[in-house]
Design a protein around this ligand. Structure first.
Ligand code: PLP
Length: 386
């Protein structure tokens, strides 16, 4: 008897009904351009500004500090390239476990003459503040370290890291795409200058996100045109997207304490059930300082991709590492940076739980995974020797 169990919420989520409902008028009769002066335009503008105010208040920011973008990737690019363009040259510090939107952007800037330091992480995925302190130089123009990792869920000590950058007078960017809606996020408590978020990771629509930019931060626009978004991002605003994002953020933040507890219980049960029933399996990531919905496991001598496909045949959707790197045979850069050997990294699977998941879903996965791993191992040329 097959169920459908979606446990890939770190890749994307379903748009919640309230967000769909809130967006509909702005696709339909209220189709105005937020820059137009007539009634259609004014109403669209007001909706956009209400969305901006809601998002700002949920992040502890001011509305003028929120720039709407097309998603997390654009927000990361605008933060990093925008600071780099304003500075002209210099040194950027990031970590080895960032999302490709950050890592690839830094590599492109490196080819254009910027210096880049990629901080290592410990075996739980944590950046050591002392390493950041050592990496900062007089010519450092930006530190970009993610709030929570998408593959293993490890939560960085953002406030501590941002304070070190601040003491050196260097702006601090955090990719909080995985953190928003899962853990409390407040730009002043963290002391960050730039923060990326993406609606589709918290039950909002795809193709819309935002970048928080602290007032006074020197940032150059990447795309030019009209005077939208205070000249920080030209282009007719995605009013339905912004409205859907604000609705989804408002609700996820309101639900967070209770939902985080529920997901943590489900996740912990899944973790225990799988570790108990799959021999030679181990947890990747920080045991406690970790997103409440996320579980990354290595099953030795079983390919992650093969596990994924076998689970898929049972109606269970998971991922191996990041969705962006699946399809490639390279082991996850995150697991490698944590010191996990390549052959172990190949056997890793990520379960990311969400709103629709139940205790029955968890039991179903606990029932299905162990025989899958056993069968794959029996077909594997490798044998476990311990
Ligand atoms: C999903 C994700 C992104 C990219 O966001 P998109 O809106 O899909 O472009 C960036 N960073 C992290 C940590 C993510 O999980």
């Amino acid at each position: 008897m097959n169920r459908t169990v979606y446990m890939d919420h770190s890749a994307t989520t379903a748009v919640r009904a309230e967000a769909v409902e809130a967006m509909l008028p702005w696709f339909g009769e209220e189709y105005g351009n937020a820059s137009s002066v007539h009634g259609f335009g004014r109403r669209a503008h007001e909706a956009l500004e209400r969305a901006r105010a809601t998002i700002a208040s949920r992040l502890g920011a001011r509305p003028a500090e929120i720039v709407f973008t097309s998603g997390g990737t654009e927000s990361d690019n605008l933060a990093i390239q925008g600071i780099a363009a304003a500075a002209g040259k210099g040194h950027i510090v990031t970590s080895a476990i960032e999302h490709p939107a950050v890592l690839t952007t830094c590599s492109v800037l490196e080819k254009r003459g910027f210096d880049v330091t990629r901080l290592p992480v410990d075996d739980t995925g944590l950046v050591r503040p002392a390493d950041l302190e050592q990496a900062l130089r007089p010519d450092t123009i930006l530190v970009s370290i993610m709030a929570a990792n998408s593959e293993v869920g490890t939560i960085q000590p953002v406030a501590e890291l941002a304070a070190l950058a601040d003491a050196a007078g260097v702006p601090f960017h955090t990719d909080a795409v995985q953190a928003v809606g899962k853990i409390p996020v407040d730009v002043d408590e963290w002391g960050v200058d730039l923060l990326s978020l993406s609606a589709h990771k918290f039950y909002g629509p795809k193709g819309v996100g935002a970048l928080y930019v602290r007032a006074g931060t020197r940032l150059r626009a990447l795309q030019h045109g009209g005077h939208h978004e205070q000249k920080r991002r030209a282009g007719t605003e995605n009013v339905p997207g912004a409205v859907g994002m604000a609705t989804a953020l408002d609700l996820i933040c309101a639900e967070m304490p209770a939902e985080a507890t529920r997901l943590r219980h489900l996740r912990d049960r899944l973790q225990q059930g799988l570790l108990d029933n799959v021999d030679h399996s181990s947890l990747n990531g920080h045991p406690t300082q970790r997103l409440p919905h996320l579980l990354n496991l290595t099953c030795e001598n079983a390919e992650g991709e093969s596990i994924l496909l076998s689970l898929d045949a049972c109606g269970i959707a998971v991922s191996t590492g990041s969705a962006c790197s699946s399809g490639s045979l390279e082991p996850s850069h995150v697991l490698l940076a944590m010191g996990i050997p390549a052959e172990m990294a190949h056997g890793s699977v990520r379960f990311s739980l969400g709103r629709a998941n139940t205790a029955e879903d968890v039991e179903y996965v606990i029932q299905k995974l162990p025989p899958i791993v056993e069968r794959l191992r029996s077909m594997s040329p490798l044998t476990i020797t311990s």
